[in-house]
Design a protein around this ligand. Sequence first.
Ligand code: 5AD
Ligand code: SF4
Length: 476
Amino acid sequence: MTKKDYVLPSLNDARRRNREKSEKLDFSLDEKYHELGKNKKYCIVTHGCQANQRDSETIAGILDSMGYVSCDDEKTADLILINTCAVRQGAEEKVLGEIGALKRLKTYNPDLLIGICGCMAQEERTVKLILEKYRQVDLIFGTHNITSLPKLLYEIYTDKKRKVEVFSKMGEIVENVPVSRFMSHKAWVNIMYGCDKFCTYCIVPYTRGKERSRQKEDIINEINTLIRQGYKEVCLLGQNVNAYGKDLNQDYTFGNLLNDVALTGIPRIRFMTSHPWDFDDTMIEAIKNNSNIMPYIHLPIQSGNTGILKKMNRRYTREEYFELYDKLKRELPDFAFTTDIIVGFPNESDEAFEDTLSAVDHCEYDNAFTFIYSRREGTPAALMEDLTDHRVKEERLQRLNEKVAYYANKNNQRFKDQIVEVLVDGISKRNSSVYSGYTPENKLVNFTGENIHAGDIVKVKITEVLSFSLNGVLAE
Ligand code: 5AD
Ligand code: SF4
């Protein structure tokens, strides 16, 4: 492949933001691609967050409409796509290991195509590495290039050359893209893309581009279609859902959207993720006034120390976070609250870490997703001095996790002997005589019963409380 065939992504270009309104495009599949996947099987491996899960459903939808058939076994696939995550180094290493292992499959099936997409495809360093060292990869496309997949596959089949298409900047929203959802009762619904918050540790604003909201009509239409298809739950997705609508200049905010989504009558509504920044009263009112908005809020704190929060560019102090958190707890008393926490941010002192522990004592979260800081090249935090030993960071994580488990267990005690409503996901992965599903508060419940199907909403009596799940029996 000559250099002219592709342009490497650039985190530098991806950093730039403009005030231009995002363009809305309509997807259509050119007739010449309709039969391209005939007699071919594809397998998608998805890493990372819900945005990636939802992207994989779009990729599956596009491939299905081209005649490909999905399969779970990489060994029988003609096309393997790995949808990657770049948020922490561990996730990247796992993917590189996976790509290494796939090489072997090409010896059995020389026609096999291997593609890499998602957030790692947006990093120049990673794309260079894959092009140089992982010759088995035939295709690399970025988070902004998913709808180019038919064209890219067509070109690979015709030119027999590797293809790379990664745009660093994109202000577009593409509607009417096919989707093949992986679940038939719960659905992810993107309400916005990208992130403009630029927390100093985070790669996401670079890999997913500028904040841009979908039109409310498109969101509501998607949810009405899901209701007709029998879906029971939607999760409204965005890196920072509170910012919904700000780019549309329509005086229509996330609180307004929540009210309109609630009016569709779908039984369960969730949303992810809320940044403590501009979690406004309209949102609180909407959540309070609509019983189909589930009593669960994920509110990342990241650190309990104001100095570290400042270095993280989180835009709030410890006290401001508590002020919002205490207000939410007051206004929404039976809700479950979870958070994200990073330990070992560059030069986090013992005292700063103790502030994080005491913040967990203050908030008594139902659960927390905890991470050791991972240096992401291209982000401002990557340039900060960090003299803390990795072992110290591991010890901090351990102490934090013990505290999180203590409060998770304490919070779960209120469900002992109670009857809860569970939206059933299906048979438990661990035990085939046990079903599993989630309560409105997003508590995982494993329970015994008969004649139950995925998508049923059933009443379950809780018999045993664990830190991160509840056990019970069908109550009707
Ligand atoms: N290192 C560790 N954790 C990170 N997160 C984001 N970037 C990093 C990083 N560089 C965590 C944050 C975020 C969650 C999705 O991942 O806590 O909320
Ligand atoms: Fe990353 Fe911060 Fe944006 Fe979340 S809000 S995606 S942590 S930059």
